[in-house]
Design a protein around this ligand. Sequence first.
Ligand SMILES: C[S@@+](CC[C@H](N)C(=O)[O-])C[C@H]1O[C@@H](n2cnc3c(N)ncnc32)[C@H](O)[C@@H]1O
Length: 378
Amino acid sequence: MEPVVEDKIRQAFDEINSGKTLEGLEKLEALKSDGAEDHRIDFGRAVAMARLGRLEPAVGVLKVLVEKYPDFRQARDILTELEKVSGRPPAQVETSAVPALPQPTASPQPAAQPAIPAKQASAAPQASPQSVQTISRAEALKFAFYGPTLLTPSTLAKIAASTTVWQELLNWHAMLATDQYVAYVDAFYRQCLTQYGQHWFYLDITNVLYAASKLIQPKNYLEIGVRRGRSCCAVVRGCPTVDITACDMWIQNYAGMENPGPDFVFAEVQKHGFRGHFQVVNGNSHEMLPKFFSQNPGRTFDLITVDGDHTEQGAYQDLHDVLPHLAVGGAIVFDDISHPAHPYLLEVWRRAARECGFLATYEFAEQGYGVAFGIRVK
Ligand SMILES: C[S@@+](CC[C@H](N)C(=O)[O-])C[C@H]1O[C@@H](n2cnc3c(N)ncnc32)[C@H](O)[C@@H]1O
């Protein structure tokens, strides 16, 4: 194998493994059309195509590969996974159906290796966890010197903005009830991810809610301001079994777009695999939520979104009403902190968070409409 071809294969695999799927695929396609022969070129093409939702060509390439190398286990395994899902529309295919791409190896049956090679073992003796601990890790954690929660808002932000989360999110994002705004953000996400790859850092209500839901696996979720169910669907994608309490007064023509109501939203979450209980609180949150909590005293939620009334007083009131009902370790998401039409929302968030005294917080306001979130630490 020419060193140049070897280098190009390696580069393409690195790109695919680091989220620059399209660039990696283009390199492999160029090698192929130059007549380069190597099983890794086809394997990499198939994995990249699958990640980009191009399932049929991926299956075709894998079939040829498996016929040629019947012992190529990884190719066979991915082919089996893809054949299971290729009957469904591409947006329904989870990235998890496509395993991490192995580093290129010379053998036609690459040994399973992690996408990121493990660190070389050092020659110095290593302390095993048991040799330094007299008590188990689970027991030690019960001392909770740093509080009862492990997840911090910065960790959540980092995970929400990771290439893995974007790749997963983009597998289903196009299925959200599209309006002009959703179509715009979909194109914006894809362009930024293509342009900046793993260095892209951006947060909004969708990736924050999806990541929070994946990480926390909430038993229940309260949302004020549901509209067409976009944010509910992000939560459902992260945790399909979550029970949803959805409060909205379904203001007609909200932000110039249709606001069809709870039946529409229920149908939307079902499209995304919802398996929990769906409760609707119809009406003005400022009347309905105090009533709801007086009827359900002590009720807590593991995840809450406040995205309803965007007036200064109304948004503060919603935060004030729901914060005492956020479970310890749970997360609250507050949208639009840098929306030009609501310049006071950042201060509303800061005030409510400060006053409750139990939130660790994070704000992203450098692009888009901005989002803030907090994790209840005590
Ligand atoms: C910005 S949209 C919600 C968007 C949704 N979270 C998403 O990400 O797709 C705001 C929604 O809040 C609702 N809303 C506004 N004021 C409200 C209030 N006082 N009580 C209940 N719902 C309200 C509107 O009807 C609208 O559907």
